[in-house]
Design a protein around this ligand. Structure first.
Ligand SMILES: C[S@@+](CC[C@H](N)C(=O)[O-])C[C@H]1O[C@@H](n2cnc3c(N)ncnc32)[C@H](O)[C@@H]1O
Length: 208
């Protein structure tokens, strides 16, 4: 009876995520109300090969969610890019002064599929300069400066496979709307080359 109960819990997608959250170290709970957490399962097949790129990882809560749920198939991979405080001008500097990089390292070492994760502690610009891998899912959640976000979107779209998904955070950020403006400009420029699959606080497109 207890065994069946445990199996039922493990098979329940949302419960499983909540249980896994107890394993990890974190100070910010952004991930718990991220639209990605609730909707990605409708767009990305967990049983297929997924090659995922995350730009901007912070404490790695989204990284471990992706690793625990979407890279179980043999050839799948997750690539994490975040310079943390190894650069001087990180726009998230104030949010990184209390061991968040340590939490990231801890969480990545303790998630499922840790051997399928590659970490680059460099800026996304430097990462893309040397990248030649194609991804079928890219989550953009790095530097918020408009020029950086614009380059992240352009570079990501280039390395996104046909039918691949690009998911952006902070579409409606409740602030000065810079991110929304940059994302809308991108949508305008590439009209006809994608379809919008999710629009809310975050925005996601599928490449045609
Ligand atoms: C909002 S946090 C990411 C949150 C994370 N995706 C999550 O869901 O928990 C933004 C991250 O972007 C990183 N970042 C800042 N500048 C960057 C850059 N040029 N390239 C890549 N990441 C950058 C910061 O170090 C910070 O950890």
């Amino acid at each position: 009876m207890l065994k069946h109960f445990i199996i039922m819990l493990q098979n329940n997608y949302n419960l499983n995520i909540i249980i896994r959250m107890c394993v990890y170290k974190y100070t910010k709970t952004w991930f718990t109300h991220s639209e990605l957490r609730y909707h990605l399962v409708n767009f990305l097949d967990k049983s297929k090969e997924n090659n995922i790129l995350e730009i901007g990882c912070y404490e790695g809560l989204t990284s471990v969610f992706l690793a625990d749920n979407f890279i179980n198939s043999k050839k799948s991979s997750l690539t994490c890019v975040d310079p943390f405080l190894h650069i001087d001008n990180n726009d998230h500097r104030q949010l990184l002064l209390n061991g968040e990089e340590f939490n990231f390292d801890y969480n990545i070492s303790n998630c499922k599929n840790t051997d399928k994760i590659t970490i680059y502690k460099i800026t996304s610009d430097n990462f893309f300069e040397n990248n030649n891998k194609i991804y079928n899912f890219i989550y953009i959640d790095g530097c918020r400066e408009p020029d950086f976000l614009k380059r992240d979107m352009e570079n990501s779209f280039k390395f996104l496979e046909k039918n691949g998904i690009m998911w952006m955070d902070d579409y409606y950020d409740g602030g000065n709307g810079d991110s929304k403006r940059v994302i809308d400009d991108f949508l305008e420029k590439y009209i006809g080359y994608y379809i919008v699959i999710h629009k809310g606080y975050q925005l996601a497109i599928r490449k045609l």
